[in-house]
Design a protein around this ligand. Structure first.
Ligand SMILES: Nc1ncnc2c1ncn2[C@@H]1O[C@H](COP(=O)(O)OP(=O)(O)O)[C@@H](O)[C@H]1O
Ligand SMILES: [Mg+2]
Length: 256
């Protein structure tokens, strides 16, 4: 693995009125690394993702992608810069088919160039064909061929989580933020999801930051773990060191 920093979170603080959701949190994610964020409910994990993604820009501190500040960038610009995410609560268009949802991921990625492309019908057509090919590749990769023409809302929860992952992949990101990818899943669905995450990392050369509650998944997949508690980083290290860290056991692992 290269040891260059891909995503740098520098001393960020985020408040909501009187609630300090994040307080001076720093964390570096290396290129090609899979970093996990763990911590109790309300610790600030999702807020950290929302900050990286420009939904709640930090009150203080900075977030850099390959050394460039993401400050003041809107979510669509952050997506264009190469970051994609999934949500803790699935956010898909439930009345649209699987293919349509993934095609939207493509269009999000293409943004303005797609619109200007539309002025030249031939080019727009070629772009749509290549988008469609890319979407079909992702559908095959995630083993959802059987449901590709079905309405997302009619599909089981575990499959919807997989489709949301597919939409993020359709954006062609270099950094993937996964917010509780196995939440609410049964054992088999969880194993499938873990396998897809491992494959994405290896086959697509992706940098991944993942919030996850299932400690089995975290311990198996993560190179490094950051632990948040009440908006503060209380530990950072390898899975082995985190598992035996007394502070972490007291704040989080002990409760399981
Ligand atoms: N949009 C918001 N408005 C007000 N408070 C929020 C908002 N988002 C998060 N919070 C608060 O920030 C804290 C951290 O929340 P969150 O990041 O969702 O935690 P986690 O994902 O670790 O469970 C909580 O106290 C939560 O209530
Ligand atoms: Mg959360």
């Amino acid at each position: 693995m290269e040891q260059t920093t891909h995503l740098e979170i520098k001393e960020i603080s985020v408040s909501f009125g009187g609630i300090v959701a994040l307080s001076g949190v720093s964390f570096n994610v290396l290129k090609g690394e899979l970093a996990a964020i763990i911590g109790p409910n309300g610790a600030g994990k999702t807020t950290l993702f929302n900050s990286v993604f420009g939904i709640y820009p930090p009150d203080r501190g900075d977030i850099l992608l390959e050394g460039k500040s993401l400050n003041n960038l809107k979510p669509n610009k952050i997506a264009e810069a190469g970051i994609a995410r999934t949500f803790q609560n699935i956010e898909l268009f439930t009345n649209m088919t699987v293919i349509e949802n993934l095609m939207l991921g493509r269009h999000m990625h293409i943004g303005a160039s797609f619109l200007s492309g539309a002025l030249f019908y031939g080019r727009a057509c070629r772009e749509e064909i290549s988008n469609r090919e890319k979407v079909e590749e992702i559908i095959e990769f995630l083993e959802i061929e059987r449901v590709r023409k079905m309405r997302v809302g009619s599909l089981p929860y575990g499959i919807q989580k997989r489709i949301e992952l597919g939409r993020a992949l359709a954006m062609d990101p270099r950094v993937l933020l996964l917010d509780e990818p196995t939440a609410g899943m049964n054992v088999e669905e969880t194993e499938d999801m873990a396998r897809f995450i491992i494959d994405i990392r290896e086959e697509m050369d992706m940098t991944i930051m993942m919030v996850e509650h299932d400690m089995g998944v975290v311990m198996d997949l993560a190179d490094r773990i950051m632990v948040l508690d009440f908006g503060q980083k209380i530990a950072e290290g390898t899975p082995e060191s985190i598992a035996k860290n007394p502070k972490v056991i007291r704040a989080y692992l002990g409760e399981e």
